[in-house]
Ligand binder design. Sequence first.
Ligand SMILES: [Mn+2]
Length: 388
Amino acid sequence: MAKKLQWKRSDKFAFGLWTVMNRGRDPFGPETRPPLSGIEAIRGLGERDVYGFEYHDNDLWPMDATPAKKRSIINEAKRAMKAAGILCTAATTNLFSHPVFKDGAFTSHDPRVRAYAVQKVMANIDVAAELGAEVYIYWGGREGAEVDIGKDPIEAMKRFRDAINFLCEYVMANGYKMVFSLEPKPNEPRSNIYLATAGHALAFIATLDHPEMVGVNPEYAHVKMAGLSPLHEYAQALEAGKLVDIHLNAQEPLRFDQDMSFAADNPKEALLVVKLLTDYGYAGTKAFDCHPYRTEAAPWDFVERNMRAYKLLEAKVEEVNADTRLCAMLEELTVADEGGWNQVLAAYTPKNADKLKVAKFNPEKLAQRTLLYEQIDLRLTELLLGAR
Ligand SMILES: [Mn+2]
């Protein structure tokens, strides 16, 4: 393997423990792989030069663990992290598996369930801080509805907001160095999930008491389940200064949650995401959130394949950015600003408005300009396929 294509810890790749612990169960069949404990997952990832891991509370300790049992698992996790040289980069709470959350956690009708959910998060935030996680993720898998007449979506948003506001204060009161991240998803397991896309999440964040503490981690596959563009979701979050983590994987559009490995479906689309993150210097961890195919006996080919795919695309981005033919065509897309319009449009002033009011444009002539998109896209395809 070319040295450049070998991943290093400095690439800041991460995996959810749940990705390698996934045993291949699906709605139509049982597990196909033997179990892997959270501790074994930490060790296995660390041995493969993975920078970090993300975890749910119950990836590490069972929900009914005694305080002593939980403490011994956390201590073992810390020893495994140290021995394997792997960091805990993000944490999250399982607020979806247990039947208590069957109608949501933060948005449940039952105030006792909502209180239990917030308590469960608080307990794991303490552990996350101890393990050094600086990002705390909320994926509201059960925060949604099938029977909308039975659950007022306005009330649901208020409940969701109260929970996040409460937990922001909890982090601040404890002096933890931690930001929150909302992970949008349009559906599955619920028929419709609240905060379905990055756009929904960003709008919701603006209504919180501490919007500066909360960002998003759009998941590639969740975006595609909504039939939308991962590139555009990552870009909007990045431009807003809100991209605090990313979940990379692959997904055929508008289908069930396939959770395939990064770039498995559409390498060109994946390339453009890597180009965005590279060109704009995204500095967070790049976490993979997907599953090995059900046909795999162990998760390790899957782990290596995701990082290898990212490194291949990263090398390709370098090639794309250096390609003189492509760069020349992209250059032609920009138009010399002889009229000084960029400056006029950058800010409203009465003077700029007056200038614009009296300006003469010739739309017929402007429309005659041709753009080289066919050639540009072909050149990108040539580079992607290694054609000279
Ligand atoms: Mn995810």
